[in-house]
Design a binder for this molecule. Structure first.
Ligand SMILES: *Cc1c(COP(=O)(O)O)cnc(C)c1O
Length: 234
């Protein structure tokens, strides 16, 4: 199967899932998770019409952005852990960051984002299953974090992101997605001071995107189902 075939098949999965739960296909954006992939792999995806890419490792992402600088209309999402010494490059080279889980990082991204650029789209990452060694804030921290972001004009708070505990049954995964959707609804009801439109739920990956879409995902992050199995980390 080629990358183009895989994108078509993932798009069909998204279409079927949105049909099943009476959502419009246009409500769900497919992010091609291209970490560890080469610029040549991305060019194949671009030739198949894919424009939105998600990366987890900053230097690798910057190298790919340079290699693909002549490709118009690409959108880049950062989905990896954000270290504070990397915020300047993340703030200025990406359109979205899905992995903000503390105010210190949000403040640095806000201060370092070039004011001539559009506000940086942010999802707050939530440790939705309270796993001991997982990134993400605790759900209880969300209201205060969201409220504080209203004072950061270079950031636009778009919503929430989570990576549920993968060692769960389908019912367990569904519950994790429901918890994240519930947390977003809660923030919307509290109308957290204009921090952003709160219109996005970043959840669902190669193996569980259907369940995530049924529970309200608007951004699905798909790597393996598009590019094949990633090489083992050395
Ligand atoms: C790698 C990664 C993905 C993609 O996972 P697949 O199972 O390959 O689709 C999604 N989200 C995050 C945060 C990732 O790091």
């Amino acid at each position: 199967m080629s990358i183009a075939d895989n994108i078509e098949s993932v798009s069909r999965r998204i279409q079927k899932a949105t049909d099943r739960c009476d959502r419009a296909r246009a409500e769900v954006t497919l992010l091609a998770v291209s970490k560890t992939r080469t610029p040549a792999d991305l060019l194949e995806a671009i030739a198949a019409g894919q424009r939105v890419f998600a990366e987890s490792y900053l230097q690798e992402a910057l190298d790919k952005m340079s290699a693909l600088a002549d490709q118009p209309g690409l959108e880049w999402h950062f989905i990896g852990p954000v270290q504070s010494n990397k915020t300047r490059d993340i703030a200025n080279h990406f359109d979205w960051v899905h992995s903000v889980d503390r105010l210190k990082i949000a403040r640095r991204l806000n201060a370092q984002r070039d004011p001539d650029l559009k506000p940086l789209n942010i999802c707050l990452q939530v440790n939705i299953d309270n796993e001991p060694s997982k990134s993400g804030c605790r759900p209880e921290e969300l209201p205060a974090l969201a409220q504080a972001m209203a004072d950061l004009p270079q950031l636009s708070l778009r919503g929430l992101m989570a990576i549920p505990d993968p060692n769960q049954t389908e019912a367990g995964l569904r519950q994790s997605f429901q918890k994240l959707a519930g947390a977003l609804s809660h923030l919307k009801e509290m109308e957290q001071g204009g921090a952003g439109p709160l219109d996005s739920l970043s959840m669902g990956m190669s193996s569980d995107l259907e369940i995530a879409i049924e529970e309200g995902a608007t951004l699905v992050r798909v790597g393996t189902a598009i590019f094949g199995k990633r090489p083992a980390k050395s």
